[in-house]
Ligand binder design. Structure first.
Ligand SMILES: Cc1cc2nc3c(=O)[nH]c(=O)nc-3n(C[C@H](O)[C@H](O)[C@H](O)COP(=O)(O)OP(=O)(O)OC[C@H]3O[C@@H](n4cnc5c(N)ncnc54)[C@H](O)[C@@H]3O)c2cc1C
Length: 587
């Protein structure tokens, strides 16, 4: 094998979290050498697709406590409140720092930061850069990393395995996609910033690269996956492609209507006792900005009543922004117009936008403590891949981009401190492990003969069983079917056959490795969901419709169990000053 590459810190992922972590590590100690490994060129990371904005307290009518409370109640009391407090306290500083690095936040006419309303946030605190917020944030972070010489990038390298020796993480193996070589990168600290895994579901806003690789790598290395049953559906995706129509569309005044043009959300409880006769009820004025889980659930109920429209991509409802007028749409929502025109072939200035709920975000992920530490010496995680947890059972829109900054920085600093203090690496042990990984990839995929299964077929079956059994509404029997199906698919995967045996950019190989990872996540998710016999946030059990704080005010922790189903354990939720209460919205 080629010689071992050595760094002090290795970051898997070049999205918002990974780049923020790399800057923090470089700033903490310029002597440290830092590697950023990314399976795509960093600017293609999913962060670039974020549209709506990033939350942080900035206006005088707002407060840290209010941001904390919205986050905690929006997450149905599943978030760790110490982590939420840290997050809300540091959010504004991070957002301002980004501005100093060049992020073009939109402004009010008086020059102050402009904010827009966002779902579940009772006070306007979502900063934005038009409706291309993620694009601008990622550019800003990317160009800032270029200032730091110690940051070395490995673009288009696909990480496959964490190398663990003597109870500590000491690096990863990664396929250099250009040459097809399996390379060893040794590092004293590793930070996983590899994003979410929404691609285990069929309809999703998530880019094709969001396959949860880092979660699977940490899971196999013994780190539990926390709260995996909580998956966020976004109520307004385009049917077919799953492309997101940002919540900012509703923040700017867009409304959702059923097949009769009726704003059906007024008939549903979006988290506050509903008096539908009161025309001034806050929910009536602002119902489209209820929490995402409640809006997606209302869609299913409306479908059951026969009030949705049948389309070739399943049932749909409509998002109406016509009344905003062309000028406002072009100023505040130009990307929405562009997407709808290009992907649906209609102009939202004059026509209704067809939408349906689509999987958007994973609240769960690699377990970390408040310091982004995973419990495995040398291993840290931040961003969507991690579960620290501030998002609880339902993330509030616009908290995620800020989370990348706050916890990305902590991960970078903590990983740097560990790299400075820890002892030397055992390079020969890493070489031996890397050799094994190289042989595994060769014998299971590249050189394998006689496989009968195709990657795309297994992936499709996985997608369908996740949607039917572990979607917006779940039951014991639907989840049992999914769990059984996933076990069957893992068996089938052993017979997978690749048509492409080439070395350079073998994307069928990476698709197979991604599918292998997704099957692990899907299993952890379905097993965590079957064990949570209550309804909370995005996890809705028709057979257990109530929240049960006595038994389930706990994080689920799924442990990898080799060939067998994962072992599910629990960890108490940290409550500081907001005892569990009723979810209220809109007042
Ligand atoms: C369409 C869309 C719109 C959104 N809008 C908003 C919004 O307005 N506000 C908000 O707060 N949140 C929003 N979100 C959520 C938010 O954008 C994401 O949660 C966040 O950007 C994730 O950032 P990340 O750094 O954790 O991961 P990503 O940006 O997904 O980056 C992951 C990185 O990991 C790398 N990687 C993954 N696997 C491997 C591997 N095996 N080997 C090497 N590298 C690997 C990838 O190459 C990539 O660089 C949106 C999400 C979507 C999908």
């Amino acid at each position: 094998m080629a010689e071992v590459i050595q760094h002090d810190i290795l970051i898997v992922g070049g999205g918002g979290a990974g780049l923020r972590a790399s800057i923090a590590a470089a700033e903490l100690n310029p002597e440290l050498s830092i590697a950023v490994v990314s399976k795509v060129y960093p600017m293609r990371s999913h962060t670039v697709a974020a549209e709506g904005g990033a939350a942080a307290v900035i206006k005088e009518n707002d407060s840290i406590d209010a941001h904390c409370y919205d986050t905690i109640s929006g997450g149905d009391w599943m978030a760790d409140q110490d982590a939420v407090e840290l997050f809300c306290n540091e959010a504004t500083r991070e957002m301002t720092q980004l501005e100093h690095w060049g992020c073009p936040w939109n402004r009010e006419p008086d020059g102050s930061i402009a904010v827009r309303p966002f779902g579940g946030m009772k006070i306007e605190r979502t900063w934005f850069a038009s409706d291309k917020t993620g694009f601008h944030m990622l550019h800003t972070l990317f160009q800032t990393t270029l200032k730091y010489e110690p940051v070395k990038r490995y673009d288009e390298w696909f990480a496959t395995k964490l190398l663990v020796d003597d109870g500590r993480v000491q690096g990863v193996t990664a396929i250099e996609l250009l040459t097809g070589q399996v390379r060893t990168i040794a590092a004293k600290s590793v930070i996983i910033c590899s994003g979410g895994g929404g691609r285990i579901f069929p309809f999703t806003t998530n880019g094709a690269i969001k396959t949860g690789d880092g979660m699977a790598m940490a899971y196999r290395a013994g780190v539990p996956l926390k709260d995996m049953e909580f998956v966020q559906y976004h109520p307004t995706g385009l049917p077919g492609t799953g492309i997101l129509i940002t919540e900012a569309t509703r923040g700017e005044g867009g409304i959702i209507v059923n097949k009769d043009g009726y704003r059906y959300l007024q008939d549903y409880d979006l988290g506050t006792p509903l008096d539908i006769n009161d025309p001034n009820h806050p929910q009536k004025r602002n119902m489209e900005l209820g929490p995402r889980d409640r809006l997606s659930q209302a869609f299913v109920k409306e479908m059951e009543k026969g009030n949705t429209v049948k389309s070739e991509y399943g049932d749909i409802v409509y998002l109406d922004i016509r009344h905003l007028g062309e000028e406002k749409i072009d100023k505040k929502l130009p990307f929405v117009r562009e997407l709808v025109t290009n992907y649906v072939g209609i102009d939202p200035v004059t026509e209704l936008i067809p939408v349906r709920p689509v999987v958007h975000y994973m609240m769960g992920g690699v377990h970390t403590n408040i310091d982004t530490f995973t419990g495995l010496t040398g291993l840290y995680a931040a961003g969507e891949t991690a579960c620290v947890s501030i998002n609880g059972a339902n993330r509030l829109g616009s908290n995620s981009l800020t989370e990348l900054l706050v916890f990305g920085r902590h991960a970078g600093e903590n990983a740097a401190k560990h790299a400075i203090e820890c002892g030397d690496l055992n390079i020969s042990a890493l070489e031996a492990q890397a050799k094994d990984e190289q042989n595994r990839i060769a014998s299971n995929f590249i050189k394998k003969q006689g496989g009968t299964q195709r990657v795309a077929d297994i992936r499709k079956e996985m997608n369908l069983t996740m949607e039917s059994g572990a979607g917006i509404y779940r039951t014991e029997s639907s989840l049992k079917e999914t769990v059984d199906k996933l076990a069957e698919l893992k068996e089938k995967f052993k017979q997978v056959n690749l048509d492409d045996r080439t070395v350079s950019f073998n994307l069928e190989l990476t698709a197979a490795l991604e599918l292998e990872n997704m099957l692990e996540l899907a299993q952890a998710l379905a097993h965590s969901a079957i064990e949570r016999r209550e309804s909370r946030g995005s996890h809705q059990r028709l057979d257990h419709p109530e929240r049960d704080d006595e038994k389930f005010l706990k994080h689920s922790m799924a442990y990898y169990n080799g060939e067998d189903a994962p072992r599910i354990d629990y960890l108490d939720v940290v409550i500081t000053k907001w005892p569990p209460g009723e979810r209220k919205y809109g007042s």
